[in-house]
Design a protein around this ligand. Structure first.
Ligand SMILES: *Cc1c(COP(=O)(O)O)cnc(C)c1O
Length: 393
């Protein structure tokens, strides 16, 4: 027996269960179409909601920044890695979100790892939605606080958990995804806020799939519910609708100041690169100038969802452009994905542990970059494969 036999066995088990991840290699930019292994395919996989990942103005901003600032940030932000570009981006993001201050990180994942342990210690309790993103869960674990999961999107379950536990701890935090990435449903943040207010508990939302998508001109979930000034911490990513890379925490200026002192990924991992930062600034410019891309995203996703329902597919409970096509068992979802791919459509099968057992699906990610013809081509492929596999009539 070698020391790594158990790993080989685990991998074989994943393959048998239809849960092994086969990762495709792209040789083109992100957009409506991709070149994957030399083949042109329709892209239904990326979080590039607004098509900004290869937008000419954003690419130009990155190039200009590379000419002026070079590439690497040189150090962690607190030593010699903060450039004027970083501060400008933070100011612009705070204004975009309508909050006092913002701080950027290398990714949304890091933003959660920085924020939760800075706000919560081992004498404290975290009330966390049962379906929260892995980076929230890891941030909670790193904090050392007691983690109590409440039922998904249930303010009633949250309140019960608070009543039963709050008095045993020093302080508390409520944390939820804004838009849940696997189902596309929106957290009832207005009702969650009422609970947070009633018990005077800090409220944090991770709006990675809401920014650039919901709210006025893509201002996110706080704007969507008209909760300005009421949610203490808004975490976000610059890698989805913003089309680039990076994470952000927006909110009260004392919290942001605290994260500059105590956010470990801020203190111990180097800053976003100058080209990334300039590209994010150009994305904010585009979002502030016009709602055209956000409007296009919504008209595309409304069209696609309605046509999929017409065909007889179950698209779950989504309220956003995330369109899960529910298939049940993981091997069926994997076969569906392979056959779509043979038809020229790149749609990812998602199974356990990313979603619960028996809830495997193809998750279609609609983008403003898709044309109506693109969507029609995708619908045709879904209809063909769906009939062949007996998913629809
Ligand atoms: C994608 C996602 C993240 C991670 O963002 P990155 O910038 O890709 O690290 C964090 N939280 C949620 C809810 C997400 O969907």
């Amino acid at each position: 027996m070698s020391k790594i036999d158990w790993i080989t066995q685990e991998i074989a088990g994943l393959k048998e269960a239809g849960l092994y991840n086969t990762i495709r290699t792209l040789s083109s930019p992100q957009g409506a179409w991709l070149v994957v292994d030399g083949k042109k395919v329709l892209n239904f996989c990326s979080n590039n909601y607004l098509g900004l990942a290869n937008h000419p103005r954003i690419v130009a901003a990155a190039k200009d920044a590379a000419d002026k600032y070079g590439v690497g940030p040189g150090a962690v932000r607190s030593i010699a890695g903060t450039m004027d570009l970083h501060l400008e981006l933070e100011k612009r993001l705070a204004a975009f979100k309508g909050v006092e201050a913002a701080i950027t990180f290398q990714s949304g994942f890091n933003a959660n790892l920085a924020t939760i342990p800075a706000l919560v210690g081992k004498e404290d309790v975290i009330f966390s939605d049962r379906l929260n993103h892995a980076s929230i869960i890891d941030g909670c674990r790193l904090s050392g606080g007691k983690i109590i999961a409440y039922e998904h999107n249930s303010p009633e379950s949250l309140e019960e958990a608070i009543k039963a536990n709050l008095s045993q701890y020093r302080r508390a935090l409520i944390v939820t995804d804004g838009v849940f990435s696997m189902d596309g449903d929106i957290a009832p943040l207005d009702k969650i806020y009422e609970v947070a207010k009633k018990y005077d508990i800090l409220l944090m939302v991770d709006d990675a799939h809401g920014e650039g998508v919901i709210g006025k001109g893509g201002r996110g979930i706080v704007d969507h519910f008209g909760l300005h000034g009421k949610v203490d911490v808004e975490v976000g990513t610059l890698s989805k609708a913003f089309g680039v890379m990076g994470g952000v925490v927006a909110g009260d200026k004392a919290i942001v100041e605290w994260l500059r002192q105590r956010g470990r990924p801020f203190l111990f991992s180097s800053a976003l690169t100058a080209p990334d930062t300039a590209a994010c600034l150009a994305a904010v410019d585009l979002l502030e100038e016009s709602t055209e891309l956000v409007d296009k995203l919504w008209s595309n996703s409304n069209y696609f969802k309605a046509e999929m329902k017409q065909l007889g597919f179950d698209t779950g409970v989504s309220q956003t452009p995330i369109t899960p096509v529910m298939l049940g068992e993981a091997p069926l979802a994997q076969q569906f994905s392979r056959e779509l791919y043979a038809e020229g459509v790149f749609g990812m099968a998602i199974g356990y542990p990313t979603v619960p057992q028996g809830k495997a699906r193809i998750r279609v990610m609609i983008s403003a970059a898709h044309s109506t013809e693109d969507l029609d081509q995708g619908l045709e492929a879904f209809a063909k494969v769906g009939k062949r596999l007996g998913v629809i009539q």
